[in-house]
Write a protein that binds this ligand. Structure first.
Ligand code: AMP
Ligand code: ZN
Length: 492
C-alpha cells in the first residue's frame, strides 16, 4: 500500500484561503506546476528560497509515493520591464546592453540557475519548458480565447478583455482584487491607448522595430504576453485541470490571476485545484529583489565574498536556515540568524553520527513510533518544516541521553529512529551531510592566531613573513581576504 494512503496531507489553498485535505485528480498521481525564473540575471537568495520551498514539497509528495510530474518553466521571452504590458523585454534589454544575442543571455542565466539550484540540492523538475519553445501553442491558446469572445485585436496586438470576462466569471477570484482596484493599479502606465480598458492585459504584442525577439502570428510579427506561457505550458503538460500550481507570493497578482482567466476563457475550466504561494525572503526587513539591489547572491554566501557576513556558510546550512521557517512565513536573512542555523545544522549532523554508535538495551525509554508519526503530522500539516525540525531535535535530545546512559533504546527502535531521521533529514528536507570543516572551532582559533601574527608582521613591515603566512595558508586551502573591516578567511 503506498504511503499516502496512511497519511492525511493538508495543504493551505490560496484560492479558498483554507487548509484542505489534499486529494489529487487521479489517485496516486500529482501534477504540479511552478513558475520558474526569468533568465535575465543571476538568481538571488530570495528566488532560491521559493524554489527550495517547492523542492521540499516535491520531495515530500514523492516520499509519500505519489507519482509526481513537476513542471517548472523558464521564462525566456515576453516578461517586460514593468510586469505589465509596457517597456522593453527584460532579456532583450540585457542583450542590448551587453551587446550579445538574447539567447546568449538566456543560456548564461539558465546555466547559472541550474548550477545554483544544484548547489542547494534541489531535484530537477520532470519537465522544464521554455516560453520560446512554445510560441505555436501560445498562438493556439490566443485563437481560442478570441473565438470565445474574451479577447480583441487592435493594431496587430491582442488583449484580454477583463470586463467582458468578469461579466460571466470572476476576475479577482485568487487575489481578492476587484476589477476597479485592478484599474487603479494599471492606470499610471503609459502607452496603453490600444487597450479598451486599462486593466486588460496583452496576450500578443506587435513588436516595435527595435524589439529583437519576434515571431510571426496571424495578427502581427510580435511576441506573447508574459502570463500566457504558464497557462499554455501547464495545460500542455498537465492537462486542463491539474493539482498544484505554485510560485512566490508576489506572483498572485497579476500573473496568477491572469493565468486563471486565460485558462477559463480558452477551455472553460478552472485550471488549478490547489494554489500554493511561498513567502518572501527579506534582508534588513525589506524584500530581496533584483531591481532594488537589496539582495545577496547565493555564491556570495558559500564563497564568503559579501561584507554582509563575517564568513562563508555552506549550502546545506543555508538550506537548513530556510527550512527552519514555514514556507508561508516571511523570513529575514541576517548574519546572526545564519550563524544560529549553522550551530543547529551541525548539532543535527553530529547526532546522526552518534546514533550509529549507540548501544542498545532491552527497553526503550523513548516512544519512537509516536515520534515518527509526529514527524509525519508536521509535514502533513501544510508542510510544516519548523515543527518537523523541532521533532528532529527532540530525537537529538534522546540520542544524546542514550549516549550518556541516561536513557535506553531497543535495537528495533534504534533502527527505526535512524531510518526515520535519515528519511526526513536527507530525503524530505534535502539536507546534505557535509563534514564540519568550515565551522571547526579549533581550526577557527588557529587561523585567527595566524591572522593576528600576520597583522603583527605587517605592522613591523616584515613583508616576507606576512606573505609567507598568507601563501602557506593558501597552500593548505585557506584563503585570506583583506578588507577595510579586517581579514577574514574562506576554506576552499
Ligand atoms: P523572477 O525570476 O523574478 O520571476 O522570480 C522567480 C521566483 O522567485 C518567483 O516565484 C518569485 O515570486 C520569487 N521571488 C522573488 N523575490 C523573492 C524573495 N525576496 N523571496 C522569495 N521569493 C522571491
Ligand atoms: Zn508563471
Amino acid at each position: 500500500m503506498p504511503l499516502y494512503q496512511n497519511q492525511t496531507l493538508k495543504i493551505y489553498n490560496s484560492l479558498s484561503k483554507k487548509k484542505e485535505v489534499f486529494k489529487p485528480i487521479e489517485e496516486g498521481f500529482v501534477g504540479m506546476y511552478v513558475c520558474g525564473p526569468t533568465v535575465y540575471s543571476n538568481v538571488h537568495l530570495g528566488n532560491v528560497r521559493t524554489f527550495m520551498s517547492f523542492d521540499m514539497i516535491f520531495r515530500y509528495l514523492k516520499h509519500l509515493e505519489y507519482k509526481v510530474r513537476y513542471v517548472r518553466n523558464i521564462t525566456d521571452a515576453g516578461h517586460l520591464e514593468n510586469d505589465a504590458d509596457e517597456g522593453e523585454d527584460r532579456i532583450a534589454k540585457k542583450a542590448r546592453l551587453e551587446k550579445i544575442e538574447p539567447m546568449e543571455v538566456v543560456q548564461k542565466y539558465t546555466v547559472d540557475f541550474h548550477h545554483i539550484l544544484d548547489k542547494f540540492n534541489n531535484i530537477p523538475p520532470s519537465i522544464e519548458p521554455t516560453a520560446t519553445g512554445h510560441i505555436v501553442e501560445q498562438i493556439a491558446v490566443i485563437k481560442s480565447i478570441l473565438d470565445n469572445g474574451f479577447a480583441y485585436e487592435v493594431n496587430g496586438s491582442v488583449y484580454f478583455d477583463v470586463l467582458k470576462y468578469n461579466e460571466q466569471h470572476h476576475y479577482g477570484v485568487l487575489s481578492g482584487r476587484v476589477v476597479e482596484e485592478a484599474i487603479h493599479n494599471t492606470r499610471t502606465l503609459d502607452g496603453q491607448s490600444d487597450k479598451k480598458n486599462p486593466q486588460d492585459f496583452a496576450l500578443w504584442k506587435k513588436a516595435e522595430s527595435q524589439h529583437i525577439m519576434r515571431w510571426p502570428s496571424p495578427w502581427s510579427i510580435g511576441f506573447p504576453g508574459w502570463h500566457l506561457e504558464c497557462s499554455t505550458m501547464s495545460t500542455k503538460y498537465l492537462g486542463e485541470r491539474f493539482d498544484i500550481h505554485g510560485g512566490g507570493m508576489d506572483l498572485k497578482f497579476p500573473h496568477h490571476e491572469c493565468e486563471i482567466a486565460q485558462s477559463v476563457a480558452s477551455n472553460g475550466v478552472t485550471p488549478v485545484n490547489y494554489w500554493m504561494h511561498a513567502n518572501m525572503l527579506t534582508l534588513n526587513g525589506m524584500k530581496m529583489a533584483k531591481s532594488t539591489g537589496n539582495n545577496i547572491l547565493p555564491a556570495e554566501i558559500y564563497e564568503g565574498t559579501t561584507d554582509k557576513l563575517k564568513k562563508a556558510f555552506a549550502p546545506p546550512v543555508v538550506r537548513f536556515f530556510m527550512l527552519q521557517a514555514h514556507y508561508r512565513s516571511i523570513l529575514d536573512f541576517s548574519s546572526e540568524a545564519i550563524e544560529a542555523a549553522e550551530k543547529g545544522y551541525y548539532k543535527l549532523m553530529e547526532a546522526l553520527k552518534t546514533a550509529e554508535t549507540l548501544t542498545t538495551g532491552k527497553t526503550s525509554s523513548f516512544d519512537v513510533k509516536a515520534w515518527k508519526q509526529n514527524c509525519y503530522d508536521a509535514m502533513n500539516d501544510d508542510f510544516n518544516t519548523p515543527v518537523l525540525i523541532a521533532q528532529l531535535f527532540e530525537a537529538v535530545r534522546h540520542i544524546n541521553s542514550i549516549r550518556d546512559k541516561k536513557e535506553t533504546i531497543t535495537a528495533a527502535d534504534l533502527q527505526s529512529l535512524i531510518t526515520t531521521m535519515h528519511v526526513f533529514t536527507y530525503d524530505v528536507l534535502g539536507l546534505e551531510n557535509i563534514e564540519r570543516q568550515q565551522s571547526n572551532t579549533v581550526l577557527d582559533g588557529v587561523v585567527e592566531m595566524l591572522i593576528a601574527m600576520r597583522n603583527e608582521a605587517r605592522a613591523n613591515k616584515d613583508w616576507a613573513l606576512s606573505d609567507k603566512i598568507r601563501d602557506d595558508l593558501l597552500d593548505k586551502g585557506v584563503q585570506l581576504k583583506d578588507s577595510k573591516e579586517g581579514t577574514t578567511y574562506v576554506i576552499q
